[in-house]
Design a protein around this ligand. Sequence first.
Ligand code: PMP
Length: 410
Amino acid sequence: DRSQIVNLAAGPSGLPLPVLLEASQGLLNFEGTGIGITEISHRSPEFAKLTKDLAAILRQHLNIPETHEVLFTQGGGCGQFSAVVLNLLARHRLRFPDLKDEDRVMDYVVTGSWSEKAALEARRLGGGVVNIVTDGRSGSANGKNFDSIPPVDTWRLSERPAFIYYCENETVDGVEFDGHSSTEQGATQFPFHLIPPDPSDPTFLAPLVADYSSSFLSRPIPQLERHALIYAGAQKNIGPSGLTIIIVRKDLLVDTVAAAKLGAAPVPTTFDYAVLAKAGSLYHTPPMFSMYVSLLVLRHFATLGGVPYLAKVNAQKAKKVYAAVKEGEAAGVFRPRVKDGSQSFMNVVFEVLGEGAEARFLASAQSAGLRGVKGHRSVGGIRTSLYNAVTLEQVDLLVEFLRGFIKAEA
Ligand code: PMP
């Protein structure tokens, strides 16, 4: 029975129950057509309306300006690791056809394993060089853990980058910009003021790209209008997997075929932002069921009070869980993996100290109905994810469990 379970998985993750009940109806009969959402044509007027409505409600929730398009596609966050490089280097090629590849610099801010993977993909695709602006492991005790956003005065941004890339929330490591802070010291924010002008158009900043996969819609996006591109997979905060949401400034919609004639790498058609935009996200069959459920989720959140409401509740949730982890730290039972001020509001990552203690934690969590709390296989430990659909009441159950475990172990 799902009412006995608290799903704290890192993604895919829980969705609001009223939405799932409504979606189960749409699976049988979408908008009174007598045809289910997974069975209807993506060219039907009903689905065309859904696509428009989904873009419109996202625009409302996040105040997306008219300078930016909202696109829906497939391929996930990992697909965007590649699409970003190909599209932005094509744009750079059109603006600077004569530059050598070593002068097409891609600035990667590496604060965890997802931004590291994105940087590796950029290296693999070539066509430019990768500059690691900062590495979040540099400040950790053993130099191996992503445990904080490094102080921005140590960053090495290029003077004329083709683009700058960062990941707002690192799902595996639990590191987030403007993260949770329990002290007066505060949090490290993204240094928008350090971004140089766009080398090809000084009315813009150098194109700024953000992976928002695991924090999208959990709170407002600071300086959204200054970003050239923001993307997110739906499967954490908004809907089922399969849907990738892209917010892209219109000057990034370039003729990549013309760029290829000048020597840029060809961009696969389904990865080409201009093609997707021109077709209104219907160049190919989009992830229709995921879009449908996402629309229901966004409407559900709107009735609760939208992003301001979600931001408030998510901050309360994180505060409660980090406080319990801190109590465990004082008792010698837990150790938070991330430094104060960089602690993710979405993914709380910590270690359980002592011989066999992690296994005991996982077994008791299982009996208590907590699911998805095992840390990512690459880093181990415990990770509790507190996405939008996790309620305050469920967080209270988690905190009660953590306190009980501390008492039993201390
Ligand atoms: N970026 C981040 C921050 C993520 O959390 C994930 C998935 N967990 C990805 C990228 C990769 O996304 P996908 O699995 O949708 O390709």
